[in-house]
Design a protein around this ligand. Structure first.
Ligand code: HPA
Ligand code: ZN
Length: 334
């Protein structure tokens, strides 16, 4: 049975989305021209082709950071975020929590006072322009270390009223969550929600550490929890949600050969709180599922895990439940 139309109509929340990963080749090439930045692609098609196959997380990250080089002005960050919001709204997303990577911009000489107002204005105008709500999650790049993360948190202080939480992303190997215990503690004291990418390319020990050392409210990815039955039991008991991104895992070959079976297990054989998200939709494209945005992720998951319409509706509801919306807003959506 074709569930595509059902998925498209479902009201959804998206909780794991890197705005820099929503930079489509068309916009990247347009901004390259507008800002006189050189990119190593002759045209849009060449830029798209470069994203067609990744062999690992790092292989993707190299292209992801390169792509951002075209983002220079406040307007660029507005345009990027607004384009994502328009697309998300067109797919039935009613609420989205958008991650951004300050260090990736600060390290290129683009200051907070440039990129943040662009992101923030797009988020603020989202209800009127596109009919959905949005908030911002600031990610620390783990491969830049804890000192740099603490510095970013300090720089973000003037903007904290517009930031709902902090995350931890980029290369997982070699940078366990425990390195960031101090800075996450500080973020918690500042009233920020906390989450971390864990159990994507790393193993279950990183998920344990994110929960115990960083006190996370959600785990980003987390699919490798399946390697540890005790961890699965702990996730079932606490109902700390995983923000799973099926097409990201597929494109980055997180579970070579057996991803479909792993996702089926997670959804059908456990009671872990799972949500469905797109991660970097302009990079993780899957023609058979209809692209890389959230509906394509639901479609892929429905196919590999054999989900029914009512299970899909439950997944969509789980997205709102695991969001940082207040209880009244959650009830309005579910
Ligand atoms: N994993 C780690 N870092 C990232 C990702 C991801 O999937 N996307 C953007 N930064
Ligand atoms: Zn991610």
């Amino acid at each position: 049975r074709d569930l595509t139309a059902f998925i498209a109509r479902l009201p959804k929340a998206e909780l794991h989305l890197h705005v820099e990963g929503s930079l489509e080749p068309e916009l990247m090439m347009a901004l390259a021209a507008r800002n006189h930045v050189t990119v190593p692609y002759a045209d849009v098609q060449a830029a798209r082709d470069a994203r067609a196959s990744f062999t690992s997380l790092q292989d993707f990250l190299n292209l992801y950071y390169e792509g951002m080089s075209v983002l220079l002005t406040e307007q660029d960050f507005f345009d990027l975020t607004d384009a994502y919001l328009a697309r998300a709204a067109s797919e039935g997303v009613r609420h989205t929590e958008i991650m951004f990577d300050p260090q990736a911009h600060l390290n290129r000489g683009v200051p907070f006072s440039t990129f943040f107002p662009g992101l923030q204005r797009a988020v603020e105008e989202a209800p009127a322009r596109h009919g959905l709500t949005a908030s911002l999650i600031m990610c620390f790049m783990r491969d830049l270390g804890a000192e740099s993360a603490a510095d970013v948190l300090q720089q973000a202080v003037p903007y904290l009223q517009h930031i709902s939480g902090v995350g931890l992303d980029s290369a997982e190997h070699g940078y366990p969550p425990s390195l960031f215990t101090e800075v996450f503690k500080k973020a918690g004291e500042l009233g920020l929600k906390r989450m971390a990418h864990a159990g994507e390319e790393g193993g279950p020990e990183n998920i344990w550490s994110a929960m115990k050392d960083l006190q996370v409210d959600r785990v980003d990815h987390g699919v490798r929890c399946l390697d540890d039955p005790q961890l699965v039991a702990h996730l079932e008991e606490t109902q700390v949600a995983l923000t799973v991104c099926p097409l990201s895992n597929l494109c980055l070959q997180v579970y070579p050969g057996s991803l479909g079976e792993k996702l089926r297990q997670l959804l059908q054989d456990t009671k872990v709180a799972v949500t469905v998200n797109s991660d970097d939709p302009a990079y993780f494209f899957h023609a058979d599922s209809g692209g890389g945005y959230v509906n394509a992720n639901y479609t892929y998951l429905a196919n590999v895990a054999g989900l029914s319409a009512s299970q899909l509706a439950q997944l969509a509801a789980a997205g709102f439940r695991a969001s940082f919306l207040d209880d009244v807003a959650k009830r309005q959506h579910i």
